[in-house]
Ligand binder design. Structure first.
Ligand SMILES: Nc1ncnc2c1ncn2[C@@H]1O[C@H](COP(=O)(O)OP(=O)(O)OP(=O)(O)O)[C@@H](O)[C@H]1O
Ligand SMILES: [Mg+2]
Length: 660
């Protein structure tokens, strides 16, 4: 084992993050650490590296395990060095050897003595074993993979934005090749090509990797194990994200069924108690049933706890038909031309997604539109009554860490009273005292919620959103999509999340050859159109044209008719009978049967509880055959139990009848 938790409990004040959690990280594992925003994923990584101490239990770390830990706080690192130098820092020993070899070489030239020669060749040998001559090549390869152009490699680190700095640090970390790599949301700062590159790189990584991520696709391709932080517990699933989703649904369903069965059982017994109670002769029986119920180990309802943020973008005023116009706008950073002589407009009702690789200038264009970026030529014009709000990239870094959440909201200049602001923050799950939390201690997702709340306060009719889904958990992301669809105003957004773009945009913008190209349609239509264009181009190049193949019509499946409602159960009225010998015998017989059924029910309930426990046992659920066996057993017991319970009730009715 490389590292892990043994019965670890950790709290922030009165708030428990995990209770009695156990998790062992084995060599060669690729684990996705997931959970809703604020559940404690980043905190767990800090526990693993020893930045926090558990309040009970032990954090285990083998002394020989080397760890690399990528996280947001690294953004405070700054240096004059070039990014290549920073990344090369991964090879400390090799860099030192390079220096020593150079010095020894000079000395050798001067003195030519034997001792120096020995030292010199020793160093050369070590350099060789460390594969030291390829470090420059390796470093450049990784930096390029993460999206850096060759020309950038010698530019100073401090000239780069937060997102790009994170990439440099990520490059350095993976070049160090630690035994355990802990990556806290590494994809937040990457565009699609870089994410794909990182996926490929990590798939062949020698050490173990723990990745915190809210990106389903990334997790599906990357990990073989999922650890979910949920309700202060760590739930381990041996599979990728899809497997986790299915498995979790099964586990929840099982628990819910078990809960419902138990509730049925309790209700039935309570009814019996009520009835028995009315009869003096049956008071003892009622007592014993009540005792039995008291002893019952209650199963909890499986109700899913989800952070339902309530995002409700409101519009104060209606704008004119055209919101913004760009006229022959040109923008370049030195030799790097972003757009040239470009003209375009945004109309009321547009929901535009600006897509394409990083470095093409998406954020720059958004900033030009927002009016916070200078441009060399052309004109930008606002329409009438436009009230805009800009959610800039790395918006979270713009929050004042020393403010409380409430202060941060007060500072954005809305007319809202403190009470109203607290109400709004409640919608973003900061209720009561929580709005007095300092921004400094908030999790990534919590900061994103504050930034979103600030956008909402503005009641703008035009939103400019740069990577708004970064840091948000998948559920919150879905809620954001819903609210953007309800939003009455217009939007332009930048996102590398294909799902998000597909669900929100009705127009696609792309920067091609320094011009803004507009496609009037959603993302899926755009993809189809792109494919058609590519095909056409290919066919134009071919000497002969093939006849177009006829597409098969989709077979529309007929919807299955709903099952007919069950026939109403006829109630049978039994005429009363006089007590005689026969009847007494019958009563005894039924009572015996009643007891037997009761015993059987108790046994089956026990069996069900055992099976339930085994379903939650990692050695069972990670083994498909064992799991299916247990699951079938469970279902069977469940079915049998329903039958028995019915029988139990019927027998009871009979007893009542015979006794009357
Ligand atoms: N130093 C601290 N003192 C008190 N509370 C803290 C501190 N640091 C974090 N928290 C709180 O603990 C909770 C867990 O934070 P953490 O950053 O671990 O969450 P996370 O799972 O990484 O969330 P996200 O997905 O948003 O990144 C949050 O509610 C956060 O506000
Ligand atoms: Mg986090």
């Amino acid at each position: 084992m490389l590292a892990g938790f043994q019965n670890v409990t950790f709290e922030f004040g009165a708030r428990a993050i995990v209770e009695d959690a156990t998790w062992h990280i084995q060599p060669g594992e690729r684990i996705g650490l997931i959970g809703y925003n604020g559940t404690g994923k980043s905190t767990l990584l800090k526990l693993l590296v020893g930045q926090y101490q558990p309040s009970s239990g032990t954090v285990e770390r083998s002394r020989t395990t080397s760890m690399g830990y990528l996280h947001q706080d690294l953004l405070s690192f700054d240096t004059e060095e070039s990014i290549l130098q920073v990344a090369l820092g991964a090879f400390e020993r090799v860099l030192q050897l390079e220096k020593e070899i150079e010095e020894l070489g000079h000395e050798l030239e001067r003195t030519g003595d034997e001792k120096t020669l020995h030292e010199y060749s020793d160093r050369l040998h070590e350099m060789d074993t460390l594969d030291g001559y390829s470090i420059h090549y390796k470093t450049e390869e990784v930096l390029q993979g993460l999206g850096f152009a060759n020309a950038d490699l010698h530019r100073p680190y401090k000239e780069f934005s937060g997102g790009w700095r994170m990439r440099v640090l990520l490059a350095k970390m993976i070049l160090q090749q630690p035994d355990l790599l802990l990556l806290d949301e590494p994809t937040n700062h990457l565009d699609l090509p870089s994410i794909e590159w990182l996926e490929k790189y990590l798939l062949h990584y020698q050490g173990s990797v723990v990745i915190v991520s809210h990106d389903k696709y990334f997790l599906n391709r990357m990990v073989t194990k999922i650890v979910e932080v949920y309700q202060q517990q760590l739930h381990i699933y041996t599979g990728n994200y899809d497997y986790f989703e299915k498995e979790k649904a099964i586990r929840v369903e099982m628990q819910q069924k078990a809960y419902e069965n138990q509730q049925d059982y309790i209700r039935q017994n309570e009814r019996l108690v009520e009835r028995f109670r009315a009869k003096a002769s049956k008071a003892a029986m009622a007592q014993s049933i009540m005792k039995k119920l008291d002893k019952l180990d209650r199963i909890e309802e499986a109700g899913i706890e989800r952070p339902d943020i309530r995002i409700n973008f409101r519009v104060d005023k209606q704008p004119g038909k055209v919101l913004v116009e760009l006229h022959n706008v040109s923008k370049a950073f030195g030799d790097n031309v972003i757009i040239e002589n470009s003209s375009i407009e945004i109309d009321r009702g547009d929901k535009i997604a600006l897509i394409g690789a990083n470095g093409k200038g998406k954020s720059t264009l958004l900033r030009i539109i927002a009016g916070v970026e200078q441009f060399s030529q052309g004109e930008r014009k606002w329409g009438h009554n436009v009230e805009e709000s800009f959610y800039a990239q790395h918006q979270l870094e713009a929050l004042n860490l020393n403010n409380t959440i409430l202060d941060e909201m007060k500072e954005c200049g809305s007319q809202m009273t403190e009470l109203e602001l607290r109400g709004l923050l409640g919608c973003f799950l900061f209720s009561g005292d929580e709005s007095d939390k300092k921004i400094r201690i908030l999790s990534g997702g919590e900061k994103a919620r504050v930034a979103l709340a600030k956008v909402i306060v503005s009641k703008a009719n035009f939103l400019m959103l740069d990577e708004p889904t970064n840091h948000l958990d998948m559920h919150s992301c879905d809620l954001l999509i819903e609210s953007l669809n309800r939003y009455q105003g217009s939007i332009i957004l930048v996102s590398h999340d294909r799902y998000f773009v597909a669900k929100t945009a009705n127009k696609i913008w792309e920067i091609v050859d320094h011009e803004i190209k507009e496609f009037k349609g959603g993302y899926e239509e755009w993809v189809a159109w792109k494919e058609r264009m590519a095909k056409q181009e290919l066919e134009n190049k071919k000497p002969e044209k093939k006849p177009e193949t006829v597409k098969q019509a989709d077979n529309k499946q007929k919807q299955a008719a709903p099952p007919p409602p069950p026939p109403p159960v006829a109630k049978q009225q039994q005429p009363g009978m006089a007590i005689d010998k026969e009847k007494k015998k019958e009563l005894q017989r039924v009572q015996r049967q009643f007891q037997q059924v009761e015993e059987q029910i108790a046994k089956l309930n026990l069996r069900k509880t055992e099976l339930e426990a085994s379903l939650a046992d990692p050695s069972v659920y990670s083994d498909k055959t064992k799991f299916l066996e247990a699951e079938n057993g469970y279902k069977k017991a469940d079915l049998e139990l329903t039958g028995l319970n019915k029988q139990y009730e019927q027998l009871f009715e009979k007893i009542m009848e015979l006794e009357s």
